[in-house]
Design a protein around this ligand. Structure first.
Ligand code: NAD
Length: 417
């Protein structure tokens, strides 16, 4: 991973580009560049061996002009305040792009979940939630899963929050197990959205999904589900990777069997039908029609953008591409679908879960997927139209819509003259 520019620098540079085109009042630009509220916490946890470890965590709430704060919680050894602030800002624009009535937030704990037991992760989650109690809530800020957190983590958050209030409050968090009020389709919604937007881009480029070659970086919730959905549409998954490295087979990999292997061995590496192993950096440069970065930020930079061979890049991860790399990809006529559009299926399905919890309804998978599809297709069309009208990139077009809508809301609320 290149260290040339951090995620917050990327987010602020993107905001600057949009602010200039929108001719935003400089005061509003400054207001949008900072979070409304940041909570930093120190979390002491009694470990299984009897020692106490102190973990650092935070929750960043960016702008809530369009509705309550919403955003995932990340557990990762590289989590820091700048990264979480960038992720919160991207959530704000993302919700606005898909017209979901939420503001942007994000949380994180700097820890290595791979080295922690289930009991230690539960203590950490409950204690962290305890420290956020005055910050979060169904009408204030609704957390969700992100890297190395999952439905189980959300169940612990729901239980801790509900115990504090004295009654069960499923709507305080999304991405829960179905038995606790989770929505059908939420687990794969981010990936479904990624593939919907890739399919829309492919239509415009005259590329058929059936037979298209796909490389996926990151084989967690989002990467694996994206590979599965693309495979089920007839695409050929030629490369996948996880934190340990990647595998490649020009003839195609069966994503279901790769997952089985990863579950047994802890990595995609060593999968018997792989023709060769590749590093995460090499995976990005493999020959393919569609590239899906689904891991972390800062993967496609000015160093490697020139070597990308894909015709479509669908950003499942948040912030995988730097602004300089954006320019290089645009010059190369690579069709890049930006994160705030491509991975917006996750927050859209989270919104569906929240609505179902508030109304005590349970929608079928068919209903969820149909609503998801119509929201994402509309958002894709809006961004595509803006791209053509403004003669710009899909990234800038999405930012113009997202930032523009939030700025408009701020003015309408009377926060700015
Ligand atoms: P996850 O924890 O389920 O999976 C993360 C994957 O990335 C794992 O396979 C891990 O091995 C891999 N990984 C970690 N470090 C890596 C590295 N340096 N190089 C390559 N792979 C690496 O997380 P997830 O929920 O699938 O999230 C993946 C990305 O999608 C993140 O950027 C996240 O912010 C974004 N995202 C997730 C959701 C969601 O609903 N979960 C929604 C929108 C965006």
């Amino acid at each position: 991973m290149s260290q040339e520019i951090g995620p917050l620098d990327v987010a602020l540079e993107q905001l600057k580009i949009a602010a200039e085109i929108l001719d935003l009042d400089p005061g509003i630009h400054v207001f949008l560049s900072r979070p409304k509220r940041t909570l930093s916490v120190s979390i002491p946890i009694k470990m299984d061996n009897g020692n106490t470890c102190i973990y650092w965590g935070c929750r960043v709430q960016h702008i809530d002009a369009l509705g309550p704060f919403k955003g995932g919680i990340r557990y990762h050894p590289c989590v820091d305040l700048a990264e979480v602030t960038a992720l919160a800002m991207w959530m704000t624009w993302k919700c606005a792009v898909v017209n979901i009535p939420y503001g942007g937030a994000k949380g994180g704990v700097c820890c290595n979940p791979k080295e922690m037991s289930k009991a230690e992760l539960e203590h950490l989650t409950r204690r962290y939630t305890n420290m956020l109690l005055d910050f979060i809530g169904p009408r204030r800020d609704v957390p969700a899963p992100d890297v190395y957190t999952n439905a189980q983590t959300m169940a612990w958050i729901m239980d801790t929050y509900s115990r504090f209030k004295g009654y069960s409050i499923p709507e305080c968090v999304t991405g829960k197990p179905i038995i606790l009020g989770g929505s059908e389709g939420r687990t794969e919604a981010t990936s479904r959205g990624v593939i919907i937007s890739i399919r829309e881009a492919a239509k415009r480029l005259g590329i058929k999904m059936k037979g298209a070659t796909v490389a996926v970086q990151g084989y967690g919730n989002v990467g694996w589900n994206a590979a599965k959905i693309a495979h089920d549409l007839g695409a050929k998954i030629v490369a996948v990777s996880d934190s340990k490295g990647g595998i490649y087979n020009q003839q195609g990999l069966d994503p279901y069997k790769v997952l089985e292997h990863k579950e047994k061995k802890g990595s995609v590496l060593g999968y018997e039908k792989a023709k060769k192993e590749v590093t995460n950096a090499e995976l990005l440069e493999q020959k393919c029609d569609i590239l899906i970065p689904a891991a972390l930020e800062n993967q496609i930079t000015q160093t490697n953008a020139g070597a990308i061979k894909a015709k479509i890049v669908g950003e499942a991860a948040n912030g995988p591409t730097t602004p300089r790399a954006d320019e290089i990809l645009r010059e190369k006529k690579v069709f890049l679908i930006p994160d705030i559009l491509a991975n917006a299926g996750g927050v859209t399905a989270s919104y569906f879960e929240w609505v179902q919890n508030l109304t005590r309804e349970h929608w079928t998978l068919g209903e969820v997927n149909q609503k998801l599809e119509s929201i994402l297709i509309k958002a894709f069309n809006d961004v595509y139209k803006t791209m053509n009208e403004e003669e710009t990139s899909m990234r800038t077009a999405a930012l113009l819509l997202g930032v523009g809508r939030v700025a408009e809301a701020i003015k309408t609320l009377g926060l700015w003259p």
